[in-house]
Design a protein around this ligand. Structure first.
Ligand SMILES: CC(C)(COP(=O)(O)OP(=O)(O)OC[C@H]1O[C@@H](n2cnc3c(N)ncnc32)[C@H](O)[C@@H]1OP(=O)(O)O)[C@@H](O)C(=O)NCCC(=O)NCCS
Length: 330
């Protein structure tokens, strides 16, 4: 039997993003949840978020973000062998969003599938893509994190309505001359799998007296404590596995869950003040699987992350699933 020879190293070759046009400030949502702009900003950091309209679907936002990433990477869609889409808000159970996206992008029948790892999905996708490229199963992989959380968030749920939002981010992963995606540190704490979840499954939702799309529910305080205490350790392990220390870092790009979680992680890791920290949550909210690539794209666009910089990515959420790795900025 012959075996595939992959690339020696894999790296992110380009990053892209799509942010829905409509910007919703806190003032538009506070009445329905008896809250205030001040409370939301102080507790989460969020000032505004982007909310998709009917034309901004999981597929259309993904295609826009992926085209952006392919252009940045200077890779033609026909060179893409695999499309991996991380999402929990593609409401058509089958076929996958990835197959439609691969077709619309103009790939030559690329392998395409969705993964469900909630907010940690994009970092799971980067780990998979890196191994596909190094294992020889694909030469170029498009990894997309995309959500339309507004479809599955109740506007009257005090614990989630101000947090969740919409958008898409994408990365092209391909061969690299140098190691540019470090070893992944990932896992799941299934004992706490109920902390963030779809309220009920589809059969129960449809059987209800007043059927509606089941929305997300979250035990925010417990999620907060888990993330703030456990995720800094995972981030540190990702650095250790890459053979680096905090002094080697240029950028820290954590899942944009809550600015206070980000602060707690930065403190616990003793990040030097020179490390630039992603704060996209302020005007993007928490976009689950899209949050890390959106934050990364923002840092590159704003000049906070330059080509060759070393960035630590970490994402975590429902499951409780998590994944972290060090990457080199393309
Ligand atoms: C959601 C979150 C901001 C709430 O903050 P918190 O400090 O945990 O808030 P609590 O639920 O303990 O409530 C504290 C107080 O605020 C009030 N409160 C809760 N939600 C509120 C809201 N939307 N507006 C105003 N007040 C609110 C509560 O009633 C409570 O009041 P009390 O002290 O008088 O009883 C926070 O738990 C969080 O960010 N959790 C993690 C969320 C997250 O990252 N999720 C995604 C992971 S992928």
């Amino acid at each position: 039997m012959l075996i595939e020879q992959g690339a020696s190293y894999a790296g992110i070759l380009g990053i892209g993003a799509y942010r829905p046009a409509r910007v919703v400030p806190n003032s538009e949502i506070v009445d329905a949840i008896d809250s205030s702009d001040e409370w939301i900003q102080q507790r989460s950091g969020i000032k505004t978020r982007h909310i998709a309209d009917d034309s901004e679907t999981v597929v259309s936002m993904s295609v826009a973000a992926a085209r952006d990433a392919l252009a940045a990477a200077r890779v033609d869609a026909r060179q893409v062998d695999c499309v991996v889409v991380a999402t929990v808000s593609h409401l058509l159970q089958t076929p996958s969003a990835a197959t439609a996206i691969a077709h619309e992008l103009g790939t030559d029948q690329a392998a395409a599938f969705d993964i469900s790892a909630a907010c940690a999905g994009f970092c799971h996708g980067i780990a998979l893509a890196s191994d596909l490229v190094r294992g020889g199963s694909a030469r170029h992989v498009v990894v997309i994190g995309v959500e339309r959380l507004s479809d599955i968030t109740s506007p009257t749920d005090r614990g989630t309505a101000f947090i969740f939002a919409d958008g898409a981010g994408a990365a092209v992963v391909g061969p690299s001359d140098t190691p540019a995606i470090g070893p992944v540190v990932w896992g799941s704490d299934g004992e706490q799998y109920d902390l963030i979840r779809q309220r009920e499954d589809w059969r129960d939702a449809i059987a209800a007296e007043a059927p509606e799309i089941p929305h997300l529910v979250m035990r925010g305080n417990e999620v907060f404590r888990w993330a703030a205490f456990s995720m800094a350790k995972v981030a540190q392990q990702a650095l250790d596995r890459a053979g680096l220390t905090v002094d080697d870092l240029d950028c820290f790009v954590p899942h944009q869950a809550n600015n206070r979680i980000t602060d707690a992680m930065a403190r616990a890791m003793k990040l030097p003040s020179t490390v630039r920290i992603a704060r996209d949550i302020i005007d993007a909210g928490n976009t689950s699987a899209a949050s890390v690539p959106l934050a990364l794209e923002r840092m590159i666009r704003d000049g906070d992350a330059k080509s060759g910089d070393v960035a630590l990515l970490i994402a975590f959420g429902a499951g409780l699933a998590y994944a972290a790795q060090v990457v080199t900025i393309p």
